[in-house]
Design a protein around this ligand. Structure first.
Ligand SMILES: C[S@@+](CC[C@H](N)C(=O)[O-])C[C@H]1O[C@@H](n2cnc3c(N)ncnc32)[C@H](O)[C@@H]1O
Length: 267
């Protein structure tokens, strides 16, 4: 009992560390990506596990539910880790991120690869769908598209989740679908960081960087999906539990966070 309560002694440290994060989330993301030096299993980025085990788990759903003849838009692509892996399964991948620093990293890490391109855009902004369409046209793959989103909705405020979903709707047409995978951790911030190895004495560096620089994440499960993707506009094709993997923090293996996935189509 006492040891379970001990983790709450972390609260003052978390408050102190997170108080330095920029208040504007988009500025925070760009500043965060500007400081990233290395990615992958030994890198700076908390959610970049460095292997494709997590995607392997999604492929069953992606292959069954998504039209492989359509391009796929990786929304909130970060440094493009998943974009590059998706390129093996779709004719073109367009990665989109609000952070110009993230997109610069994604382009650098994808140099020499074909059928993959990146743009900077705020996917919650009116007109984001138009920018995506223009980029798909430029890539020679205009028309309907699939969408992949991993680890983005759970960091957005509720109204931004709905705004983002609204921008996705016109991209899909009749044949495109959305695949989303998000963390759905049932616990408070202290329990979340403790789950990822934080103690009062030590916080793993990639976790510490995220706490210091980024908006506090929430959870995104079926209830949040229903609010952001209302039944009047969206059909759920499939959904269920997922496991989100992070960079190894407490051992040589990636950490695992309980998550939620859903495949959706526009009504
Ligand atoms: C936790 S990271 C996940 C990155 C990537 N999807 C992955 O799984 O490796 C969240 C990403 O969403 C991006 N992001 C946050 N708000 C966004 C917005 N409004 N529009 C587009 N991208 C956004 C951030 O810059 C960041 O790269």
């Amino acid at each position: 009992m006492l040891s379970a309560l001990k983790k709450y002694l972390l609260i003052p440290k978390l408050v102190r560390l997170s108080s330095a994060a920029p208040k504007d989330p988009q500025a925070a993301w760009d500043q965060y990506w500007g400081k990233v030096r290395t990615t992958g299993a030994r890198g700076d980025v908390l959610w970049d596990s460095g292997d494709d085990h997590e995607l392997q788990g999604y492929l069953e759903h992606l292959k069954r539910q998504m039209n492989p003849d359509l391009p796929i838009v990786d929304v909130g692509c970060g440094n493009g880790t998943f974009s590059r892996r998706l390129a093996a399964h779709f004719p073109h991948v367009l990665g989109v991120d609000v952070s110009a620093n993230a997109v610069a990293k994604a382009r650098a890490e994808s140099e020499g690869l074909e059928r993959i391109s990146f743009i900077t855009a705020d996917m919650t902004a009116p007109g984001a769908a138009r920018s995506v369409n223009a980029a798909l046209t430029e890539a020679g793959v205009s028309g309907e598209a699939n969408v992949f989103i991993r680890g983005v909705l759970h960091v957005l405020k509720r109204r931004d989740q709905a705004a983002l979903a609204e921008q996705l709707h016109p991209l899909l047409g009749k044949r495109g679908r959305v695949f989303l995978a998000e963390t759905d951790f049932r616990g408070n911030a202290v329990e979340y960081v403790s789950h990822l190895g934080a103690t009062r004495q030590f916080i793993p560096a990639p976790l510490r960087d995220a706490i210091c620089g980024l908006p506090m994440p929430g959870r995104f499960g079926a209830a949040q999906r229903l609010r952001a993707f209302p039944e009047s506009l969206w059909d759920v094709v499939e959904d269920g539990p997922a496991v989100i993997e992070t960079r190894p923090l407490t051992s040589a293996e990636p950490e695992q966070i309980p998550g939620y996935f859903s495949v959706l189509q526009a009504r």
